[in-house]
Design a protein around this ligand. Structure first.
Ligand SMILES: [Zn+2]
Length: 184
């Protein structure tokens, strides 16, 4: 399905949001909950002005992609009291995600946080090229991995741990930290 992706600053907190909406909504008014302050933003989807290379080029800041063969995963760490706002864009096939630390066990996606309920290599994110999806699996963490507050099943043999395909707007929770998923 074709998508229109653009960036818009929140009218309340003025922080940037990546908005993903469906093709055909150009010029229409939509609602979007701000990733940062959680207030409801009312905005108009920009009209694409150049689709010659298959990309919807909007008249706003961000160039979005449509029908791109290789998708990217955007992870936005929602700011909580003790972690700063962080954003990762991912296209690699296999990555660990967890807490940044000063040991040798450094995750590929290293989140700077004081949240010690987050393990250092908390979860695994894999890209499945066949169907252009990203999946997540707990990596034997102490406090488990939650997707939209549902706990991913784990087993003693962690290779059997439940694998969930990430969907747009999913919220990953590692420890007390929530990470917003956008598929780009
Ligand atoms: Zn906001």
């Amino acid at each position: 399905m074709k998508k229109v992706i653009f960036k818009e600053n929140c009218s309340f907190c003025n922080k940037e949001n990546t908005i993903v909406t469906t093709e055909g909504s150009e010029g229409k008014s939509i609602k979007n909950k701000c990733f940062h302050c959680k207030k409801m933003m009312f905005l108009t989807v920009p009209v694409a002005n150049d689709t010659s290379n298959g990309n919807a080029v909007t008249n706003k800041t961000k160039v979005g992609s449509v029908n791109q063969t290789e998708k990217k995963l955007s992870l936005l760490v929602l700011a909580s009291e003790n972690n700063k706002e962080q954003h990762f864009e991912i296209s690699q096939p296999f990555l660990t995600i967890g807490r940044k630390n000063n040991t040798t066990i450094q995750p590929d996606i290293a989140i700077e946080t004081e949240d010690t309920m987050m393990s250092r290599a908390h979860a695994l994110i894999k890209r499945n090229d066949k169907n252009n999806t990203f999946s997540i699996q707990d990596n034997g963490s102490l406090n488990h991995t939650f997707i939209n507050e549902e706990k991913l099943k784990t087993f003693e043999d962690k290779s059997r741990n439940e694998i969930i395909v990430l969907q747009n707007n999913d919220k990953i929770r590692l420890g007390r930290t929530i990470i917003q998923v956008t598929i780009l």
